[in-house]
Design a protein around this ligand. Structure first.
Ligand code: SF4
Length: 280
């Protein structure tokens, strides 16, 4: 059994929030540069260059990559041989978020109630998904999820007869309808299967996969590649102003589902694709 102190988790989460909101993912920066190299549109290439420069400035100054520093979303694998000492896991994560968003001067983007809308003042509560895991590690993955891209995400309960072509059409239609609103180029997270809520969670978890790593399932890796090509043929382009770099990647996660169902969810992530992880 391994003991992990409450304050160790708080400090790790605090640091992840600050790093995640200010340091661009090198894989995203490389993908932006590759997209720029392929752009026929001068405007699209200029916008991609500006996004790359923005990332450099954020890294140099410690300023956030974007003014919307997002809802803090966590996927946590809690080892069965881990004991948290001095407090509760969820409290430690929320305390780390509050500390990180305060110390990093990150925008507080959470309201207490969806209708009455008073800011909670510290960017909590976070959205936390905890799963049991074997071993003695606490693996915490964090993403700062911007509202603009989240708002353009969709879910559909397709019929099994719609098949993979129905799934592909729904994903492409979601990106097409979104246009410039989710701040492309995008990382497109897709959940297929499960039930209504599991499908949505999978689409969110899919955006946590390291950019450029294909699905481990050859069939779905092929679907990802085909979808990326179709999406980049839409002409939406960087920030919706035209071009061939609408998405940097499509990531698919799947799960078994009911014989009568074919759920599909699409979670869009903007070019400010911010995530960090730590193992304690
Ligand atoms: S969608 Fe992303 S890039 Fe656009 S404002 Fe929100 S966080 Fe920033």
């Amino acid at each position: 059994m391994k003991d992990i102190q409450y304050n160790t988790i708080v400090a790790a989460v605090r640091d992840m929030c600050i790093r995640g909101c200010t340091l661009a993912d090198p894989r995203v920066v490389d993908a932006l540069a590759a997209g720029r190299g392929n752009e026929a549109s001068e405007l699209a290439a200029t916008i991609l260059k500006q996004i790359e420069e923005n990332a450099q400035i954020a890294g140099r100054t410690g300023l956030p990559l974007c003014q919307d520093t997002g809802l803090a979303v966590f996927f946590v694998a809690l080892g069965g041989d881990v004991r948290i000492v001095g407090g509760e896991l969820i409290d430690a994560i929320n305390q780390g978020v509050a500390d990180g968003y305060r110390d990093g001067y990150l925008r507080k983007s959470v309201v207490t109630d969806p209708v009455r809308r008073t800011n909670t003042g510290d960017n909590t509560p976070a959205i936390v998904h905890v799963r049991p895991a074997p071993g003695d590690q606490l693996h915490i993955r964090y993403a700062a999820k911007g509202g603009g891209s989240e708002n353009m995400s969709r879910i559909a309960m397709l019929k099994p007869a719609d098949g993979i072509e129905g799934v592909k059409d729904f994903v492409v239609d979601t990106v097409s309808r979104a246009g410039g609103n989710p701040c492309p180029p995008l990382v497109v997270g897709v959940g297929i299967g499960g039930d209504f809520e599991q499908c949505a969670v999978m689409s969110k978890e899919a955006i946590f996969r390291p950019l450029g790593d294909p699905s481990s399932d050859e069939f779905y890796a092929g679907v990802e590649a085909e979808l990326l090509e179709r999406i980049n043929s839409l002409g939406v382009g960087p920030m919706g102003l035209g071009g061939s770099t609408t998405a940097l990647a499509v990531h698919i996660l799947t799960a078994p589902c009911h014989i009568a169902s074919l759920p599909v969810a699409v979670n869009l992530n903007c070019h400010s694709s911010r995530h960090e992880e730590v193992r304690l």
